[in-house]
Write a protein that binds this ligand. Structure first.
Ligand code: ADP
Ligand code: MG
Length: 420
């Protein structure tokens, strides 16, 4: 170890209490400390926050962190504050602050106390903030959830498109982009929009060796099939994703009637019920949550043992994120998706009301899901290939963890099933 490495290990211990970096963190941090544009692609839970928090804490000036969700920013600021005796070490700048609060934030930044300033992209476009930030030393700008910049990502935010212009006005500051979206298309968009083709890029593997992938043909017996599956996983925690709120309600009811402890979760329920059902799941008062995709953001239950897709997801990206909630603890995680071409047509019809450009992207993403469902090759290889990662189907970790590898079927058989 050279003196620099010893230094950042010491700082890691001092601020976060960890004695080791996780994955590519150390390389990323070294790159950021070298004042270079840096691009970080790591799965959810990979430890991206620390990649910019640590360099921010040990460098001169304030690091600006752009993040799309106010709730996420608040959590992070609270976490950073708990590492220090100074409240002013991290701040959020957003539209909900009073004049007095804004004055305090500015004072802490000017005095050099604030190391991390979290902002929503729309706040950063405000002229008065930009003018202020031009007048203080900025260490770097980190753009978290950078996939929001791309229409090919799962959470496109038009405000993210203006970021580069604003950052330019701040002078020569390094940019750090971070995302858990691994598709090459989204990555290209990010680098292009942030004008940082020169960035040092760090990409972690997206392979989840402990997840078992399975696709079953959706028939009219799907409900009894799901019930049988859950009874085989008695007492285990699981999530069932459905496309519509109505389906969520009806499946939750069918499960309850069949003696399975399950609750529904979707955006149509009031906030109190949603919070209650989420807590019940986290506290293991119920085994199963039947949910729309509204469920899961920020859910960190380590021992989810299965994720079932009653309906196919709208992209492989979403599928990866949703199934990724299984087996966080490294233990078993069974990912079962039901597939019928009728559902694909339903989704296509659903999309036909949208603007043409959006439709085209939507169809293209959906075709990849269809290809995944119908493939007879290793599903893990297919998924990782979609994310631009080559997987060795012979020796790769988790190589035998899917239905196609365990029970190879002939191509004709696979086609037949899909038609049915
Ligand atoms: P991401 O943003 O990539 O989804 P987070 O930054 O939220 O991931 O980190 C996920 C978890 O990993 C957090 O609980 C964090 O405390 C933990 N973590 C990060 N770095 C380390 C480390 N070096 N050692 C141990 N745990 C870590
Ligand atoms: Mg994160």
């Amino acid at each position: 170890m050279n003196s620099n490495e010893i230094e950042i290990h010491k700082e890691l211990k001092k601020y976060f209490g960890f004695s080791q970096f996780k994955g590519l963190q150390e390389q990323v941090i070294t790159s950021i400390l070298g004042q270079t544009n840096t691009f970080v692609i790591m799965p959810t839970g990979g430890g991206k926050s620390l990649c910019y928090q640590l360099p921010a804490l040990i460098q001169e000036g304030t690091a600006i962190v752009v993040s799309p969700l106010i709730a996420l920013m608040k959590n992070q600021v609270d976490a950073i504050r708990s590492l220090s005796s100074e409240n002013g070490i991290a701040h959020v700048l957003n539209s909900s602050l009073t004049k007095t609060e804004i004055a305090q934030v500015k004072k802490d930044i000017t005095s050099g106390l604030t190391k991390l300033l979290y902002v929503a992209p729309e706040s950063l476009t405000k002229e008065e903030y930009v003018a202020f930030l031009q007048s203080v030393p900025i260490s770097f700008v980190a753009i978290d959830e950078a996939h929001c910049i791309s229409e090919w990502g799962h959470d496109f935010r038009p405000e993210y498109r203006n970021l580069k212009n604003i950052i330019k006005q701040l002078g020569q500051v390094p940019i750090i982009g971070l995302t858990a979206t691994a598709t090459p298309k989204v990555q290209e968009d990010i680098l292009k929009n942030l004008d940082m083709s020169d960035a040092n890029t760090f990409k972690a593997s997206f392979n989840r060796p402990n997840l078992y992938y399975e696709v079953r043909t959706k028939t009219k017996n799907i409900e009894s099939d799901i019930i049988r599956f859950i009874k085989q996983h008695k007492g285990k925690s699981g999530i069932i994703y459905c496309l519509s709120r109505k389906k969520v309600e009806s499946i939750a009811e069918v499960l309850q009637v069949n003696g399975i402890s399950a609750v529904p979760y979707h955006a149509g329920l009031d906030a109190k019920t949603r919070a209650k059902h989420q807590d019940m799941f986290l506290m293991e008062d119920v085994d199963v949550v039947v949910a729309t995709i509204a469920f899961g953001m920020g859910i960190d239950k380590p021992d989810v043992r299965f994720v079932i897709h009653h309906d196919i997801p709208k992209s492989l990206e979403s599928y990866y994120q949703e199934t990724g909630r299984a087996g966080r603890d490294g233990g078993e995680g069974h990912c079962l998706a039901y597939y019928s071409y009728k559902d694909v047509e339903k989704l296509e019809k659903f999309m036909s009301g949208k603007p043409v450009a959006e439709q085209e992207i939507g169809f293209a993403l959906l075709q990849e899901v269809v290809a995944y469902a119908e493939t007879s090759m290793s599903r893990r290889k297919f998924l990782l290939h979609y994310f631009g990662e080559e997987f060795d189907g012979e020796t790769g970790e988790g190589a035998d963890m899917d239905d196609n590898v365990r029970n190879p079927k002939s191509k004709v058989e696979a086609k037949d099933q899909a038609v049915k």
